[in-house]
Design a binder for this molecule. Structure first.
Ligand code: ADP
Length: 272
């Protein structure tokens, strides 16, 4: 891990540097329904520090719902999530009983999400978008937040765009700002929900490059993606979901070459 990439593992929380490989989130038996639609049907997932997990699978298989469950945006009906945050801040959420808002917010605070659409505030500049969370939510001093934001923007090649508005940027630039905005929150975990699927093909590469740099720096990441080449190159573990269950999981090099399950094979054949 160098100091030149877009991440900030030298920050006080040292997201990737502390306890590489130790459990950050332990998810067991997660279930979620929307009405009659049983979307997650008993999901187990281990997110370890410094590792990249890719969630792949057909549309509607529950990938986004699982991702959103990891930060409290979706609330499962049953199952547990144990989060080993910074020492002394262990969280254990059992969704089969009532989970309090306080617990949900504590879970949410561990992570930052990069969405499919960048979700930037349209009437605020790039810099204002990036410092909003640290200043308004985390009560960081504005001057400090601005200083950190400029370092992060510089690292993704966008320092010159600090005063631009989102509509003045390309889709790839917008998405890189979206990533910087997540990094500025100094989360322990970065969640990506198909961050390149809304981009024109020629803009996908610049976003994936930033994500690969973050992975190399030791950020812990969970990525919903259709970019199998990216998953193969970057992910430590891939989970193939179908109809709300993890059909197969493992090392992408092995799984993409020799899927153990017929359903995985069929899915991969369509994409590779
Ligand atoms: P994926 O990310 O694999 O495409 P999703 O988790 O987005 O899958 O969706 C899984 C299923 O859950 C879909 O049938 C979708 O329509 C449904 N779903 C997702 N979010 C909601 C919601 N907020 N309300 C109702 N149904 C939802």
């Amino acid at each position: 891990a160098g100091s030149t990439g877009p991440g900030t593992p030298a920050d006080p929380l040292e997201p990737g540097a502390v306890g590489h490989g130790t459990p950050l989130l332990t998810v067991r038996g997660l279930h979620k329904s929307f009405g009659d639609n049983h979307v997650l049907r008993g999901i187990d997932l281990d997110v370890r520090r410094g590792q990249v997990t890719a969630l792949i699978g057909p549309s509607g298989s529950g990938k986004t719902t699982l991702l959103r469950s990891l930060n409290g945006l979706a609330v499962p009906d049953a199952g547990t999530i144990v989060a080993e945050g910074v020492p002394g801040r262990r969280l254990a959420l059992d969704f089969s009983r009532k989970v309090t808002d306080r617990e949900k917010f504590a879970l949410r605070d561990l992570s930052a999400m990069v969405f499919q659409q960048h979700n930037l505030f349209p009437h605020r500049t790039v810099l204002q978008n990036v410092v909003e969370g640290p200043v308004q939510v985390q009560r960081e001093r504005r001057a400090d937040a601005v200083e950190r934001a400029l370092v992060l923007l510089d690292r993704v090649g966008l320092a010159g765009k600090r005063d631009a508005y989102p509509h003045e940027l390309s889709g790839g630039q917008q998405q890189r700002v979206g990533i910087v905005r997540a990094l500025a929150l100094r989360p322990e975990l970065l969640l990506f929900d198909e961050p390149t699927s809304a981009l024109d093909p020629e803009l996908v590469g610049e976003v994936l490059t930033v994500m690969k740099e973050l992975a190399d720096e030791g950020w812990t990441m969970v990525v919903v993606t259709h970019e199998l080449q990216f998953a193969r190159a970057v992910a430590d573990e891939v989970l193939f979901l179908d109809e709300g269950v993890v059909v197969e999981r493992g090392d992408p090099a092995r799984m993409f070459l020799e899927p153990a399950q017929e359903r995985t094979r069929q899915f991969l054949r369509r994409l590779l």
